[in-house]
Design a protein around this ligand. Sequence first.
Ligand SMILES: [Zn+2]
Length: 451
Amino acid sequence: MEVVQSTLHRFCEASGEKVNLNKTQLYFSANVRHDIRMQLADLAGFSVTTDLENYLGVPILHAKSSRNKFDFLIERVSRHLSGWQSKLLSLAGRITLTKSILNTIPAFVMQTIKLPSSVCLELDRIMRRFIWGSTETRRKLSLANWDLVSSLKNLGGLGIRPIQRFNKAFLMKLAFQFITKQDSLWVRLLRDKYIPPSYRSGSHLPGHDGSIIWRGIKSVWYLTRGGCATLIRNGRNTDFWRDNWVEDDKPLIEYLSEEDRPSINPVMVAEFANADGKWKWDKFASLLPNSTCLRIASLLPPRQSAESDRLYWCSSRDGKCTVKSAYNSLLPDNITSSHTIWSVIWKWGDPERIRTFLWLACNNRLLTNMARFKRNLSSSGQCPLGCPSDESVLHVLRDCSVAKVLWNDLGVKMIQSGFFQVGILDWFESNLRCTYVLSSLPWTIIFGVTC
Ligand SMILES: [Zn+2]
């Protein structure tokens, strides 16, 4: 306590500031005995507290982060989404507002704190309900499910980020900084406090619970380490077997049998090259598959005179882990391949309202009679204008007798020969990409507006 006080004293002298006794409180961790707390409090002259509440709008948590600590977040997001203006918004407006709220209110807290799952799910639910115009009392129909809404835009989604994944991406960026910015004060502080000297890079972090920030970093540690690779220079701080340093490959220890792995001691990459800069193939080639050996052969062996090895993030061009690249690395691999139509739609001119309409149409999510019939909202899926066919998206927009007259009046036969024959996505794409100009207006604009 004397050290703390003398530090404070020196700080006050240097800065000319004073400690406000009314606003200063002492917080003790659970392991400090009651009598010691009292002694220290007497010495310091500060009162004792059990909760430091918020700092810059972010709760300073000591115990496990509980749901009610984040009620303020849920309340703030709800309040912003339920204001009177939002009732007047179109679907496009509601999507834009959701994204902007998501990128400001929860993002602020999510940068350093792992939110409890129940909070993430509740925030997702609030956003989902808002996008489709539902309120607590009035439920509206969702035209697309959450999986589609939260898919990336180039995969046909709206690019809304589910909170839990978004939160993970923020924490991965923080963990990456922790791994790469070894000299920063905050990194040194956390490292000295939580990582024992026996810790070996590449393995799981030791089981300390630690502070809220540390718990956040720990929760994504393995994901972040797994997404990093090492650029070998002098090879002296990269474990040959456990670190990820062979491009497009896994840590080499994974090629050894489960029984052999524990007996492998950490050996640095530098040990596997001669002083004359050649790989010592006899030390490892027989243990690894051919394809991996070829990859190693394509790498420059470590050189004694070179600088330290550098860790980089594999999913970005410049090797830095950003929230966006971390987020994308968390997306499932097996998502259906993208279609070029989506980039065409989102690049189409304004207004956003029409782009959103085109997005719904291309995803077959317009509330046509067919869609209503499938949802048991209508007794028949037929076109209400008397056509002998079902009212699908393509029927409403193109094939219905009324629509046909309109398109023909616009002169589509002259613009595109297969206009009435092609499938829905090809139809949208060929027309939205068309370079034809009709009465000094680009056809793509006329087409989008007419739809
Ligand atoms: Zn019709």
